[in-house]
Design a protein around this ligand. Structure first.
Ligand code: SAH
Length: 343
């Protein structure tokens, strides 16, 4: 169960050693509470809690001496929140942030953000909600296509330096860190510097953004495979031939810039011009838009489309259209039924 409680101006006692409690202290301060500290169990001897606290937050620092405090709170009817301790040594967590919707963050991602001292994020991650998810320092290392604000090497350097200072570092990335996310390089940089590192997988846009438009990347008897391709640079003739020959769904990320070459290339490689194709822009964001055409007409149909967008090429695009028509038909039927009842 999760509760959201307004702590503004409330007296909260945070119990636990200074090292273990540092993040909990910051979190409660960030939430607007008036924080009082109990850093060792002996402090409570003289009369455990001065005024009646609104809440006692007990950080798990491994000291069994806190048990009487918990009992005291139970007897006095003071709620106790049990909090995880801050990590002992600095480390880096690469977090997949999903396609931008809060609901598509994993539980692991939410916990890592809660426990972070500093978060390095970029613009594809759900960054607008970060303030509610963490009390950590937030650093925008966002990269616009073609306009690198902070270079990849600099990002790696910043992460490693912060971890070596003893901080819990979160590197929040859009989608999944290992899908065109340079996650492998960032892990390698941490390992080379002797910094402990872990990766929390995220929901990749390659699957979730088509889903936002109602397109399943596989569908029984329509497509039993999907290939995820980067459109960052044009594909070679050989790649185009193999892709066209597979007969499955093709999902392209970063593909707006090379869309004309891709469509022409796949046609050259023998794919039929009637093959349905969709461009899904800004999945799960305000202004989400789906453009559906086919391989022969997509260049014109999608000429106004911009990044971020996911391209889908394959018969599965028709499944979304069929479902949409079905939904529209059901809505029409309901309207008709309602008007008949009224009459
Ligand atoms: N690691 C990411 C992909 C990074 S590459 C992942 O797993 O999703 C960046 C590309 O991802 C963008 O150019 C776009 O093609 C796609 N993308 C990410 N989020 C998106 C969104 N919300 N809507 C549309 N495309 C998105």
């Amino acid at each position: 169960m999760q509760l959201t409680i307004d702590l503004t101006g409330r007296n909260v006692w945070v119990a636990g050693s200074d090292r273990a409690a540092r993040q909990a202290v910051r979190r409660y301060e960030h939430a607007g509470a008036v924080v009082h500290r109990l850093s060792n169990p002996g402090m409570g001897d003289a009369g455990p809690l001065p005024q009646r606290p609104f809440l006692v937050a007990l950080v798990d620092d491994g000291d069994p001496g806190w048990v009487p405090l918990v009992q005291h709170c139970r007897e006095a009817g003071v709620p106790v929140a049990f909090e995880p301790p801050a990590g002992a040594e600095g480390h880096v967590t690469l977090v997949g942030g999903g396609p931008g919707a809060l609901a598509l963050l994993t539980v692991g991602a939410v916990e890592a953000l809660r426990d972070a001292d500093v978060v390095f994020y970029d613009r594809l991650a759900p960054y607008r909600e970060l303030d509610a998810l963490t009390s950590a320092e937030l650093v925008d290392v966002g990269k616009q296509p073609g306009l690198h604000r902070v270079t990849q090497r600099d990002i790696e350097k910043l992460m490693v330096e912060a971890a070596l200072l003893g901080k819990n570092v979160v590197r929040l990335k859009g989608g999944d860190p290992y899908v065109f996310g340079r996650g492998g390089e960032e892990v390698a940089a941490c390992i080379a510097a002797g910094v402990p590192v872990r990766v929390i997988s995220g929901v990749t846009s390659a699957i979730s953004v088509p889903a936002a438009a109602g397109i399943p990347v596989t569908h029984r008897e329509v497509s039993h495979m999907f290939t995820v391709v980067s459109g960052h640079a044009p594909l070679s003739e050989k790649e185009l031939t193999h892709l066209a020959g597979l007969g499955g769904t093709i999902v392209v990320l970063m593909g707006i810039g090379t869309l004309p070459q891709l469509a022409a290339g796949l046609r050259r490689a023998g794919m039929k011009p009637e093959m349905p194709m969709a461009v899904v822009e800004r999945g799960y964001r305000p202004g989400q838009r789906t453009t559906i055409a086919d391989l022969g007409t997509i260049e014109t149909a999608a000429s106004g489309c911009s990044n971020p967008a996911v391209l889908v090429i394959g018969e599965v695009v028709r499944v979304a259209e069929a479902n949409r028509n079905h939904t529209e038909a059901s809505a029409e039927l309901s309207r008709l039924a309602a008007s008949l009842i009224e009459a």
